[in-house]
Structures are given as structure tokens and as C-alpha cells.
Design a protein around this ligand. Structure first.
Ligand SMILES: NC(=O)c1ccc[n+]([C@@H]2O[C@H](COP(=O)([O-])OP(=O)(O)OC[C@H]3O[C@@H](n4cnc5c(N)ncnc54)[C@H](OP(=O)(O)O)[C@@H]3O)[C@@H](O)[C@H]2O)c1
Length: 204
């Protein structure tokens, strides 16, 4: 969030404003954060980050579709966990488009660049400003410029490293890893397992 203006989107304006207040109170430093309806948040943002349950992905994107502007970046964090159909969070369901990232890309206007990122980072870690987010963030997209924008955002998160994970179709693999991390969380009774990539020292 450092240096960026953040808009929290919600189906309820009240919930968005309340969430923005909590972020402002717990950030530990002055931050520019406000709350808006999902539609208005999408209208105003340069980068839209989608963090909703997979079951709500299609409906939500269809609702906000008229609010997208050409050149925007949509970051899909949602993962098709089996919980979408009443199953386990340690498994995923098959997605007809290949992955949640590709499904998102099939719905939004073609002038919006879809990026998959942050799917393997625990929200528990991200919401605690006193903690280093010691995770690597796999970023994939068919648009190199959009990938660079998101990789630059990752640089603003203390302890996190971003990796260019190739084309959007790699969302299929990245999203599966989330289910495995959930399984590790349960087995080791923690809430914040993550990934570290080894063998690449020159992270730009
Ligand atoms: N939590 C993690 O650590 C984590 C890590 C990696 C990836 N993910 C993925 O990120 C996504 C969000 O995870 P989460 O744990 O943040 O989920 P969540 O707390 O269950 O939901 C996040 C927000 O989505 C909105 N939402 C819920 N149901 C909705 C519906 N039916 N239609 C439209 N909006 C709805 C709600 O906002 P409003 O009610 O304010 O609209 C809610 O606060 C999931 O796909 C998950 O697999 C999560």
C-alpha cells in the first residue's frame, strides 16, 4: 500500500467504508484508503484486485463489467477451491476456462489486462503491517506491461518477492498450489504457509 491510494470495494458501501477505517487504524502509518461500492471502486482504480470467493467471480465481474476502463489491470486472487460446491478447501474444482484467472479474462472487456497474482499469499500475513511477508508471489499474464505493474506493486510489500511466472495459462498451476498450502496450514496448525522459489538470485 505504501505510496498508493487504495480503494476498498464491497457490495455494501457501509462495509467498504468500515473496512477502509480498520485498515487506516491498523496500518501503523498514514495511508490513503477509502471505501466505495464495487462498481465505483472499479471505475476509479488503475489496478483492480479481485479477492472474492470463486462462486462469486462470474456474477461479480458481470456486475462491474460496465465500469472497467480501457488499459486497466485486473489482478485475480480468487482460487477455484472445492468449497465453491460445498467441498474441501484442500482441493480445487475444474474450471471450464482452465483457471479462475482465465475465466476472469473471458468475462472482462478485452481492453482490460488480466494478471494472476497473490493467490499463494496468506491474507493473515498481508493484513499484519508488523510482519514481513516472507513469501514469493508468482505473477502471470499475457500482457508483459501489466505483469510489470503488478511486480512493481509486490516490491512495496516488505519481505515479498515477485516472480514473472509466464503466460496467464500458468494460473492453472498457481491456483492448485493454494489448495496445497491450505492443506499444509491444516496439517501444521498455522494460517500462513507460503512459497519460496530457490535458484533465482537476480530478482528484479
Ligand atoms: N484468505 C486467504 O488467505 C487467501 C489466500 C490466497 C487466495 N485466496 C483467495 O482469495 C479469495 C478471497 O478469499 P477470502 O478469504 O478473502 O474470502 P472471503 O473473506 O470469504 O470473501 C472476501 C469478500 O468477498 C465478498 N463476497 C463474499 N461472498 C460474495 C458473493 N457471493 N458475491 C460477491 N462478493 C462476495 C465479501 O465482501 P462484501 O460482502 O463486502 O462484498 C467478502 O468480504 C478466494 O477465492 C480465496 O481462495 C485467499
Amino acid at each position: 500500500m505504501a505510496g498508493h491510494q487504495v480503494i476498498v470495494g464491497s457490495r455494501s458501501l457501509d462495509r467498504a467504508v468500515e473496512a477502509a477505517k480498520v485498515i487506516a487504524q491498523t496500518a501503523g502509518r498514514p495511508v490513503r484508503v477509502s471505501g466505495l461500492s464495487n462498481e465505483n471502486a472499479v471505475s476509479q482504480a488503475d489496478v483492480v484486485v479481485l479477492t472474492i470467493p470463486f462462486t462469486a467471480l462470474l456474477e461479480t465481474l458481470k456486475t462491474v463489467k460496465p465500469n472497467f476502463k480501457p488499459g486497466q489491470v485486473l489482478v485475480n486472487v480468487s482460487v477455484p477451491l472445492e468449497t465453491a460446491i460445498g467441498g474441501r478447501a484442500t482441493r480445487t474444482v475444474g474450471v471450464w476456462a482452465g483457471s479462475a484467472g482465465e475465466l476472469a479474462a473471458s468475462v472482462v472487456p478485452k481492453t482490460v489486462s488480466v494478471v494472476t497474482a497473490f493467490n499463494n499469499v496468506s491474507a493473515e500475513l498481508l493484513k499484519d503491517p508488523t510482519k514481513q511477508v516472507e513469501c514469493d508471489v508468482l505473477v502471470c499474464s499475457n500482457d508483459d506491461n501489466a505483469k510489470k505493474i503488478v511486480l512493481d506493486l509486490v516490491k512495496g510489500i516488505a519481505g515479498a518477492r515477485g516472480f514473472d511466472a509466464g503466460a496467464l495459462e500458468n494460473s492453472r498451476t498457481i491456483e492448485q498450489i493454494t489448495a496445497l498450502l491450505v492443506s499444509l496450514n491444516i496439517r501444521y496448525k498455522v494460517k500462513n504457509t507460503g512459497l519460496r522459489i530457490t535458484g533465482i538470485s537476480h530478482v528484479s
